[in-house]
Design a protein around this ligand. Sequence first.
Ligand code: NAD
Length: 376
Amino acid sequence: MRIAVLKERADGETRVAIIPETVKKFTALGATIAVEAGAGEAASVSDQAYVDAGAGIGTAAEAVAGADIVLAVQAPAVELLQGANPGAWVAASFDPFGPRGRVDAYAMGGFEALAMEFMPRITRAQSMDILSSQSNLAGYKAVLAAADQYGRAFPMMMTAAGTITAARAFIMGVGVAGLQAIATARRLGAQVSATDVRSATKEQIQSLGAKPIFVEDVAGIEGEGSGGYATEMSEEYQKAQAELVSSHIAKQDIVITTALIPGRAAPRLISDSQIATMKPGSVIFDLAVAQGGNVEGSVPDQVVTRHGVKIMGFSNTPAHLPADASALFSRNLFNFLSAFWDTEAGKPVLDEEIGNAVRLTQGGKVVNERLLGSGE
Ligand code: NAD
């Protein structure tokens, strides 16, 4: 069983799909690991560290030659996989609802694409879930990046020269990233409030010491769909939410938006006219900027100033914490493949529940129900 890891080629991607710790763990299962030279550089992992852990180092072509499994953070272009074994697996993030060409190319190339974003939200798959591990770090980094742009301090400070008041931070969307954003803003000393369409988050917000801000009086407010994901809300709810946000947001210094709906553009949560009511110097960090944005006027990787308010968001937030993001991503991949390791066969054999959920292509065809059902 040969496992190959290539250097990531996407712009701004600093992560790597394997770290020396997981090289050792895969090797202990009997696998041979080949890593492209320089693959870990941006995540502070040297080639020597991989060699010391038991991996081979070579060019991309050398790493991929004879590979049974290729691991990547972002799925590589199919051309890079020439020389891998027929039917080789590629476990990576595939942006499955993005442009369809890449998935089709994997099918045509005869590869088995395993989209880590489609890991089901079931208890036994929690340790395999890249969306959770990367969102957690993203929520943390969003608060730090916003704090860095904010011209004031987060905590209340009583100094000889007078008192500085605590910043008010509002977190919109309380999934994995939002919960970490609440915790981080609290640790920095802000007064934190938060909102979500899923009423189950109310208790979670309170348990982190923040104030829940919720639309209470609209019928059918429960926005939880399958797998714990949010659903799109009714027009009535959206109107009530916009009114609530308008009155609350005007008093905020920091706003972090994290709202996503799988397979759809991110919901618009903050309009330009709402931004106009905010205090100059406030900062909005839009974690959904790469999915279309929760905030009107947000542009990936730019700080845009509107009405004196700074609006920002990164196209790839976890890539701003490459070492930890790579470590967690790599452990997710190891937890996934090792859970299915068949010691007799010397390779992983996926079960139906998880295999069917993550597998996009097999035997030359696109086989994933969520993609076939999307009508693309
Ligand atoms: P997500 O990234 O899909 O969305 C972020 C948050 O935005 C969600 O809480 C969502 O409800 C919210 N949102 C969507 N539309 C909104 C709107 N219009 N206004 C305000 N908020 C809106 O979510 P996520 O971080 O992936 O987590 C969603 C849930 O799934 C959480 O309860 C999480 O704990 C759970 N989860 C479970 C597992 C598992 O069991 N393996 C893994 C990951 C997450």
